[in-house]
Write a protein that binds this ligand. Sequence first.
Ligand SMILES: *Cc1c(COP(=O)(O)O)cnc(C)c1O
Length: 370
Amino acid sequence: MTIGIHRPTQLVIDQAAIYHNIAAEKARLKPGVELFQVVKANGYGHGITQVARTAEKAGATGFCVAILDEALTLREAGFMQPILVLGITEPQYADVMAAHHISATVGSIDWLKTATNALSADHQLAVHLALDTGMGRIGFQHPAELRAAVQYLDDQAQFNFEGIFTHFAKADAADTAYFEQQIDRWKAFMAVLPKRPKYVHVSNSATSLWHAACNGNMIRYGVAAYGLNPSGTELTAPFTLQPAMSLTTKMVYVKQLPKGYSVSYGATYTAQQDEWVATLPIGYADGYERRLQGFHVLVNGEFCEIIGRICMDQLMIRLPQKYPVGTTVTLVGEDHGQVISLQDIADYCGTIHYEIACGFTQRLKRTYIN
Ligand SMILES: *Cc1c(COP(=O)(O)O)cnc(C)c1O
């Protein structure tokens, strides 16, 4: 994928913010509880290796990713820490995982049996057993299945039973009834476990922020590291989350649009009077969603409306006055005391900030500060 380095549009990633968001959570953890930083989906769009580097400085002792390739990216970059792949990897890749000391998530005994055949004799694969306590996504569904899998692992020297975990569907909600139901199911699973593996973990960001008493001995800390509140606006975090991502560009074309003239595909916007209009070099191919037509950006601390349809690579804004080509425009972040957050963008699009952050494409240059 080509990165736009000859274009004044960039995601600016504040590494000090990421450091703060991890160190502040780490300081709240009971002694002996490890923090694994979740860096899936290119570190939620922030850059996988750069985030991992900052996380390690801030006290993360391991990483979680979604797919094997992300784990291999970290190994190629030289990270030696434990890495857990949170999704199901096809068992044919068990040997690749073992060779790189990457831990696999396992949700069925069938997976283990297939992987046994794929593993070469001198390799051992570390596995974390996933328990489905109510997420309904992956994981063993009954304690009896768990018991059988643990027995199987016990009999096979090719596996290291390294961890056990579950994932909550509603840890970010004020109403805790469903969360507690999952805790009850978790306890029923744990009751059949003859002995605990090295890592027992249940917490994503929301669980650790708001239900820290449940944390096992490791947390899978994700979105909060990037300064985003996992609940959106429903719950308040126990410390200030500092957003790490900004998005800025510069005006590449400025003109006066005469009254009655229209803008962009479909001519959906028509000037009601003579208006100053700037064109910005960013579009939906960068992950700046087409649905953001009518939303705003910041110019010199003033909100300016996005007019007409957002194109693949460009969009137009209405200016309160003439500005020179090259004037900085903030699409995400702070400008002269005014702020546009990823939450604001998500609200406008009817989604969550997670989707906006990881939706920014590779074409956007990432610049790292602090
Ligand atoms: C993505 C993910 C996390 C991290 O979740 P956040 O809400 O970003 O903290 C933790 N555990 C699992 C299983 C995940 O898939």
